[in-house]
Design a protein around this ligand. Structure first.
Ligand code: AR6
Length: 183
């Protein structure tokens, strides 16, 4: 496998859009512990992938918060779906920060195991699970940057923001990270 030496900043992209349209090795699904579908991004992914995705998910036996499981992408343009389960925000004293960070780490561990070169993430936990967007964005970017630095052959990680508020928040978190670290 050839390795990429480009810095993380050239391999990270924050876009507005619909994750189900991303042509990448894997898109990440923000699922619930049953892995049997739901609303939001989870519903959109299952609708576009088709019923075979649910069939495969039924065999996975669910997924704990902070962990991740991989399936095929079926009718999606993405080859795989990595299903992770983010924490439900309960006020901040239930280890939510660490569990959200673990989601990203679990996704990168699967990307490494399967030799994936491009990933797309939604903003995990900031919809139905009500994680504060500013905090989620800074945790997400920190973990994505760690993942990009750890896996030099990862060509591209895209954060796909479904709405303007999410996009703006991730851009601000990225600017703050760069200022803090002088990168
Ligand atoms: N592409 C990209 N982002 C999207 C899309 C899309 N097609 N659709 C929604 N989003 P949410 P959560 C954004 O609620 O908070 C499900 O029912 C959305 O605007 O999808 O992690 C699961 O089954 C928001 O910014 O996921 C779980 O029960 C972000 O994705 C629960 O919701 C996450 O919102 C998980 O809650």
């Amino acid at each position: 496998m050839t390795t990429t030496q480009r810095p993380w900043s050239e391999r990270l992209e924050i876009v507005r859009g619909d994750i189900t349209c991303q042509q990448v090795d894997a898109i990440v699904n923000s699922a619930n512990p049953s892995l049997l579908g739901g609303g939001g991004v989870d519903g959109a992914i299952h609708r576009r992938a088709g019923p075979q995705l649910l069939e495969e998910c039924r065999k996975l036996g669910g997924c704990a918060t902070g962990e991740a499981k991989i399936t095929a992408g079926y009718n999606l343009p993405a080859r795989h779906v990595i299903h992770t389960v983010g924490p439900i925000w309960k006020g901040g004293d239930q280890n939510e920060d660490e569990l959200l960070a673990q989601c990203y780490r679990s996704c990168f561990a699967l990307a490494e195991k399967h030799g994936l070169r491009s990933l797309a993430f939604p903003s995990i936990s900031t919809g139905a699970y009500h994680f504060p967007l500013d905090l989620a964005a800074s945790i997400a970017l920190r973990e994505i940057i760690v993942g990009l630095e750890r896996l030099p052959y990862l060509d591209k990680v895209t954060v796909v923001c479904f709405d303007d508020r999410t996009w703006t928040c991730y851009q601000q978190a990225l600017a703050a990270y760069k200022e803090r670290t002088g990168t």
